[in-house]
Design a protein around this ligand. Structure first.
Ligand code: AHQ
Length: 242
């Protein structure tokens, strides 16, 4: 899409730039046939278990990716905000406050779907192409300027909707999945919104020339492709019921 946008001329306003970022939502994986199958009740238990087991590789990559962002970021104020993402996923026990974290919640989702803890955590179901997409995201965060990695996290602009869609449809379509197993999605609705506040502010401020703004759109497209490619691999492995 950015190929047809000239990089000449003045930068877009913050409002216009944010609109261009949000416009990329049309390529978000909520629209992927595999996800549509999941959220319209057409998935079999095997396809759901395959999705949870494969998405585990993405979930455990998030705090590793965020630690890479932190290691590249010299700005203490940014790190003070960003570290919350690692705590959200790895969990913590600080000053008497304990939180099992999102990775544990994801394992509980898998158990609620009929997987064993062992087969989730040992990665036996993970498709090579899923792992390649996940590794591309981690390596992007390790190798690129931290501001670019922040920008790549902005697929979460579209995440509250997909989590709310699961919460609205899975109980009806998949009553055999224990409701407590969906806690991860409940947690992410608010966590994603908070993540995006920081991610968007950094992105709108740092990418402040037209060439930089076009670069930001390309970065977001890369991350949208990471999510899309994971769904492609799962569709190939597990099929898509229409
Ligand atoms: O559970 C998800 C999550 O913790 C994150 C962090 C963020 C990032 O840093 O890239 N993106 C993200 C996403 C999560 N869940 C995905 C889903 O479909 O359940 C969506 C994904 C994203 O939109 O990037």
């Amino acid at each position: 899409m950015t190929a047809i946008l000239s990089d000449s001329g003045s930068a877009w306003s913050r409002t216009e730039f944010e609109a261009r970022l949000r416009e990329q939502g049309k390529a978000y994986h909520i629209h992927h046939p595999f996800n549509v199958m999941l959220n319209t009740g057409k998935a079999t238990p095997e396809q759901i278990r395959g999705w949870v087991a494969n998405r585990f590789s993405y979930q455990i990559a998030i705090p590793v990716k965020d630690a890479a962002v932190m290691s590249n970021c010299p700005d203490r104020e940014v790190r003070r905000g960003w570290i919350q993402r690692i705590l959200d996923h790895d969990g913590y026990e600080l000053g008497g406050v304990k939180d099992e974290g999102g990775i544990e919640a994801w394992i509980r989702l898998g158990i609620a779907c009929g997987l064993t803890r062992e087969e989730i955590t040992d990665g036996r179901h993970i498709i090579p192409a899923v792992q390649f997409a996940v590794d591309a995201y981690i390596n992007f965060a390790r190798q690129r300027p931290w501001q670019e990695s922040v920008c790549s996290s902005l697929t979460e602009l579209f995440a509250p909707e997909i989590h709310k869609q699961r919460l609205a449809t899975w109980p009806e379509h998949y009553p055999w999945i224990e409701s407590t197993g969906l806690q991860y999605f409940r947690n992410r609705v608010t966590q994603a919104r908070r993540d995006v506040e920081q991610g968007l502010e950094v992105t709108l401020s740092y990418f402040n020339t037209k060439p930089l703004q076009l670069r930001a759109l390309d970065i977001l497209k890369f991350k949208l492709d990471v999510l899309w490619a994971m769904n492609d691999a799962m569709a190939t492995r597990y099929g898509v019921n229409t």
